[in-house]
Design a protein around this ligand. Structure first.
Ligand code: SAH
Length: 208
C-alpha cells in the first residue's frame, strides 16, 4: 500500500515580523516608492479625513501622503527596518508623521482613535485566525463613522505567487458585524516586478 503523495509545497510567504524585516534589506515587490494609485485616487476625491492610520505601513508612503494633505498621520509596522526607512523619508520630505514599530493585532495599545485607516497590502497577509483578530483590533480604534480603506490581492489574480488571494465574499464575511460595506471595487495594486501590476480589490468600509 503506497502512502499518499504529500501536497506540493505552496508558495513561501512572509508571515513573521523577522521575515518581513529581512525583505526590507532590499526592495520588496510591493515597495514602489510612491503611494498606490488606487489610494491617490481616494486622496484626490477627499476621502481621507481626520486622524489617519496607515496599518502595515512599510516604508510609509500612505502615511506620508496623508501628512502631505495636512492630516494627522501615523504609520505602524512590525518591521523595524521599514519603520526606519519611513522615518527617514519623512525627514527628507519635511513631512510630519509618526512612525512606530507596532503590531496591527493590538491597535488598542496605541491608545488612540482614527477617523481613517489605510491598509495597502496588510489584510491579505493574515491567515484566517489573525484576520479575525485584525478586524477585532481595527473595530476598537475606529469610532462610528470612521472609514477603513483596504487594497488587497484579489482572487482574479492568476497564479499563486505573492500573497493570499482574497474573494469579495471573504471581505463581506470579515466585516459583517459593526461595519457598512460602501464599496468593493476591482483595482490594480502596483508592484515592482510586473509593470501591469496585480489584480486587487479596493474596499471602503464605514464603522457603524
Ligand atoms: N503598506 C505598505 C506595505 C505592504 S506589505 C505598502 O503599501 O508598501 C505588508 C506590510 O505589513 C509589511 O511591511 C509587513 O512588515 C507588515 N506587517 C505584517 N504583519 C504585520 C502586523 N501583524 N502588524 C503590523 N504590520 C505587519
Amino acid at each position: 500500500m503506497s502512502e499518499k503523495e504529500p501536497d506540493p509545497p505552496g508558495p513561501v510567504r512572509p508571515r513573521r515580523p523577522e521575515d518581513f524585516n529581512a525583505l526590507y534589506a532590499g526592495t520588496p515587490p510591493w515597495d514602489i516608492g510612491r503611494p498606490q494609485p488606487a489610494f491617490v485616487e481616494l486622496a484626490r476625491a477627499a476621502a481621507l479625513q481626520g486622524r489617519t492610520l496607515d496599518v502595515g505601513c512599510g516604508t510609509g508612503e500612505h502615511a506620508l501622503m496623508a501628512a502631505g494633505l495636512g492630516l494627522q498621520a501615523t504609520g505602524i509596522d512590525t518591521a523595524p527596518a521599514a519603520i526606519a526607512i519611513a522615518q527617514r523619508k519623512a525627514r527628507i520630505r519635511g513631512l510630519r508623521a509618526e512612525f512606530l514599530v507596532w503590531n496591527a493585532l493590538d491597535l488598542v495599545g496605541l491608545g488612540q482613535q482614527f477617523d481613517t485607516v489605510l491598509d495597502s497590502g496588510l489584510f491579505h497577509v493574515f491567515e484566517d485566525d489573525d484576520r479575525t483578530r485584525f478586524v477585532d483590533s481595527l473595530r476598537l480604534v475606529i469610532p462610528a463613522g470612521g472609514r477603513y480603506h483596504m487594497l488587497c490581492f484579489s482572487d482574479r489574480q492568476p497564479g499563486d505567487w505573492g500573497p493570499r488571494r482574497v474573494r469579495q465574499d471573504d471581505i463581506r464575511a470579515s466585516f459583517a458585524e459593526g461595519w457598512r460595506i460602501d464599496a468593493i471595487e476591482a483595482a490594480t495594486m502596483e508592484i515592482t516586478i510586473d509593470p501591469g501590476g496585480a489584480l486587487a480589490w479596493r474596499s471602503t468600509l464605514t464603522r457603524t
